[in-house]
Design a protein around this ligand. Structure first.
Ligand SMILES: [Zn+2]
Ligand SMILES: [Zn+2]
Length: 503
């Protein structure tokens, strides 16, 4: 191709882009008028609906468990990029199956705030800085129709036109916070139908996110969507077996009030939030018995067990950063042995977020048979663009060969001359299907997750359904236990659990 043809190509490209940007601004201006954004500096809307406990489904094929949102208030100031989200959550009539503290007793109050780079929660009158949440909450302002229109107008938007569900729509797109592509679909009259983006997630990588807006009504002088319907991740229901069924994350169905330009929408960042440091990862090691180490220091523990030739670890919680910190400590304690096995209690995301890290480290996953097809998806070495992990950056060969699983149905034994670990299935739980515990007969220890979490905050609560099912299973399996080693909380004598259960 000669130089002139190249220059012509560039000219054509530039003129298409500028026409496109022009068109995108036209679509946005029409939407801004139609949806009342022109005069809007701040907005407050209230309603009721439901929330999904993302990553906490009963089986991988099921939807996120739902809870009732008995009150929801959102206040956003666009000039200062402040947002306050207040939720009151109850169990309601939704089935009590799944994680996330289900069944909820009484009401759970949540207040989430952000202004610019600062984020904090309110717990009663207490201010709790959550610096690592700021970016996500800021992004969430752009994921409302109003934040999107303002953000896209102030940036370099593009547009395409397509035919969808029987009508022509425009899809406008821009990059928020230099990182997140956000797309919004508008009808010909300028009402937003859908917004979509991808969020970084330690289990599924670039996680699909969308909110669908429908049932537009005249409320508070605006054309306001009467139904907000949000998905986190895809429902894979079209394939059999359904590997990954979780998707419904949030629904606002009865809008009670909408007010624009409200007082007090612009937040002041409290002094303790300005001074707060980002959270650091702490690993605190306790030797429970010879060759058995409790890796605590955070919200989720792991346990390392040293065998003659290798190391086995129970649980890979949270994310890659936590797992790398724990693995580094393990390699300090035990030199020159590889982590050969990672035992996974169950598939809830807070217990799964480090699985890729351990498999990348060379470990084989011991998990219940139910989880295998889902974990094959989780362990796929596709590119993660938003927050790449080691697994996506340096893909491993073993996964594609299918060598990374040992699946358990009822019982699995890991043993040599130094240690023995019996892995058992817990039957009859409402929390999750396929829950595994580890029993160390020589040490008389049981390692468990989410079945009994001895923390000071729990001490005065009556035993819950999981506690009871766990206790029944210990009797059924006739395990001689002296110590319970929980993934949440501190190791506790069995006698304390028996007393707690009222026996
Ligand atoms: Zn769980
Ligand atoms: Zn848990």
């Amino acid at each position: 191709m000669n130089v002139r043809a190249n220059l012509y190509g560039i000219f054509l490209l530039l003129s298409t882009l500028s026409v496109n940007a022009q068109d995108a601004h036209e679509v946005l201006e029409r939407a801004s008028r139609a949806m009342g954004v022109d005069e809007m500096i701040s907005i407050q809307y209230k309603g009721t609906g439901w929330v999904g406990a993302v990553g906490q489904n009963f089986t991988p094929a099921m939807d996120w468990p739902r809870l009732e949102l008995s009150s929801y208030t959102r206040t956003i100031d666009f000039d200062s990029m402040s947002s306050t989200e207040e939720l009151v959550i109850e169990q309601g009539d939704y089935p009590a199956r799944g994680g996330g503290g289900i069944p909820i007793q009484g009401q759970r109050h949540r207040t989430y705030k952000v202004r610019g780079d600062y984020a904090w929660d309110m717990q009663g009158d207490d201010i709790v800085p959550v610096m690592d949440k700021a970016e996500g909450r800021l992004l969430d302002i752009y994921l409302t129709p109003y934040g999107f229109i303002k953000g896209a107008m102030a940036s370099d938007p593009t547009v395409i036109r397509r035919h969808e569900y029987g009508e022509w729509v425009h899809v406008v797109s821009f990059i928020a916070l230099d990182k997140y592509r956000i797309n919004a679909t508008f009808s010909e009259e300028g009402l937003m139908h859908r917004i979509q983006t991808w969020l970084p997630n330690p289990v599924v990588g670039d996680m699909y996110y969308e909110t669908v807006f429908s049932n537009y009504k005249d409320i508070g002088g605006l054309r306001f969507p009467g139904r907000w319907h949000q998905h986190h991740d895809f429902d894979d229901g079209d394939t059999l077996p359904n590997v990954s069924g979780g998707d419904h994350a949030f629904g606002l169905e009865n809008i009670t009030d909408v007010t624009i330009n409200v007082r007090g929408a612009e937040l002041d960042v409290p002094r303790e939030v300005r001074r707060a440091d980002p959270p650091e990862i702490k690993v605190e090691v306790t030797e429970l018995s010879e060759g058995v180490w409790f890796m605590g220091g955070g919200s989720h523990n792991s346990v390392a067990i040293e065998f003659d030739e290798y190391i086995a670890v129970f649980e890979a919680p949270q994310n890659e950063a936590r797992s790398l910190a724990v693995i580094e400590e393990i390699y300090q304690l035990i030199e020159d042995k590889p982590i050969r096995f990672i035992i996974n209690s169950h598939h809830h995301w807070d217990h799964l977020g480090g699985l890729r890290t351990y498999v990348h480290e060379g470990a084989t996953v011991i998990t219940h048979d139910y989880n295998k097809t889902y974990y094959q998806e989780v362990l796929r070495a596709r590119p993660w663009l938003l927050e790449p992990d080691r697994y996506s950056l340096f893909p491993l060969e073993e996964w594609s060969e299918g060598y990374v699983f040992e699946t358990v149905k009822e019982k699995y034994i890991l043993a040599d001359d130094s240690h023995r670990v019996d892995i058992h299935l817990i039957q009859g739980l409402n929390h999750v299907e396929g829950m595994l515990i580890a029993y160390l007969p020589d040490e008389k220890m049981v390692i468990e997750a989410d079945l009994y979490s001895p923390r000071p905050s729990n001490a005065n609560r009556p035993p819950n359904a999981s506690n009871k099912t766990f206790y029944e299973n210990l009797k059924r399996l006739k395990l001689d236990v002296e110590t319970i080693v929980p993934i949440h909380g501190q190791p506790t004598p069995m006698s304390q659990f028996v007393e707690y259960m009222g026996e």
